[in-house]
Design a protein around this ligand. Structure first.
Ligand code: FA5
Length: 345
């Protein structure tokens, strides 16, 4: 029995020595030290031994178990340490490798132009106001002197959601909403940038969704001269000191009188070319003196207060400023187009 136990010990120690992974090590533990293992099996024959030999064999069996168990623990520690070493080695970072360049975006040309226009007007004391894109028919049309059935509603073909709700066709409803909030007390001096929607067919200068920036000033003694001066400052700051402006009579139901503003063509300097269709001028916005009906509907006394308003399309302004030939470039997200505006950022 003594011989058998010693053989088992030698055999187990050799297997432990040779094992290369934790799983097989555990199998060895179960095989040699478990209840169904060979050591337990040998000890079953203890009954046949003499009374003096029995404790000796018991002590020997315990020694064998302890030796195997100790060796297993030592091997387990060694295997675990080796696994950690291996993992660390595989995760080594070579700090001498050059880093991967991080791609940095740039502002969209339209965002640049809108922010430039905002800054310009904020510098003149205007505040920025906003309104909903899903708008009530009342604010989009009625409060702007365009009652239901008015023929001028056709100038802005609309996307209706219900009878009374539509996607706003211009930013002018923000005028009406802001004036209402002022409860008949001036001054009001705002610009309102935002998205607008029309059932226009998309082409080089038209989009069904585009941006507008509205301007509104209401106070006592506001005149057409204030409007012209403001637009002149805007045009020169935006396009250069050498650009001239002109106001042409036009029609908007919410302004009286109404005008459209042109600036001299940058390409030909006013001589006439294909871009300005031979006129020397390019139209950039609509404007006028706020119609007394619009003032009254928003709660202002039109005998005491007057005002001017204007509305422009920043896409068209960006097209003129940067020489962009098609409005669709702003919305197709071609990275090659957008990257050109990263200069000086
Ligand atoms: C208006 O929308 C008026 N609300 C502007 C206004 C405000 C007049 C305040 C008087 C007082 P109009 O429909 O002309 O006007 O549009 C204004 C600008 O929006 C145009 O000059 C143009 O630059 C731009 N615009 C109009 N339709 C489109 C379109 N389909 N795609 C891109 N830009 C457009």
């Amino acid at each position: 029995m003594e011989q058998k136990l010693k053989e088992l010990q030698a055999e187990a120690l050799q297997k432990i020595e040779q094992t290369e992974d934790l799983k097989s090590l555990n199998d060895i533990r179960v095989a040699y030290l478990g209840k169904k293992g060979p050591i337990t099996e040998v000890l079953r024959g203890m009954g046949q031994l003499s009374a003096e030999e029995r404790p000796k064999m018991g002590a020997l069996a315990n020694e064998v178990r302890a030796a195997i168990s100790e060796k297993i623990e030592a091997k387990q520690e060694a295997l675990e340490a080796a696994a950690v070493e291996k993992q660390l080695a595989s995760e080594t970072i070579d700090i001498t490798l050059p880093g991967r360049p991080v791609k940095v975006g740039n502002h969209h040309p339209l965002t640049k132009v809108i922010e430039e226009i905002e800054d310009l007007f904020i510098g003149m004391g205007y505040q920025v106001a906003e309104g909903p894109e899903v708008e009530k028919d009342y604010y989009n049309f009625e409060a702007l002197n365009l009652p239901k059935g008015h023929p001028a509603r056709d100038m802005q073909d609309s996307f209706y959601i219900t009878e009374e709700l539509l996607l706003r066709t211009h930013t002018s409803p923000v005028q009406a909403r802001t004036m209402e909030k002022h409860e008949g007390k001036g001054p009001v001096k705002i610009i309102c940038p935002g998205k607008v929607y029309r059932r226009d067919n998309d082409d080089a200068t038209h989009s069904h969704q585009f941006m507008q920036i509205e301007g509104l000033v209401v106070d006592e003694n506001i005149t057409m001269g204030d409007l012209k001066g403001t637009l002149q400052v805007f045009a020169k700051k935006m396009f250069g000191e050498d650009r001239e402006i002109r106001l042409r009579p036009s029609f908007f139901p919410f302004t009286e009188p109404s005008v459209e503003m042109d600036i001299t063509c940058k390409i030909c300097g006013g001589e006439g070319c294909s871009v300005c269709k031979g006129t020397g001028w390019i139209e950039i916005l609509g404007a006028g003196m706020v119609h007394p009906n619009v003032l009254e509907m928003a709660g202002f006394d039109s005998k005491k207060y007057t005002g001017f308003a204007f509305g422009m399309g920043p896409e068209r302004i960006a097209m003129l400023k940067y020489g962009i030939d098609d409005i669709r470039h702003f919305y197709t997200n071609d990275i090659r187009f957008l990257k050109q505006f990263a200069v000086n950022e």
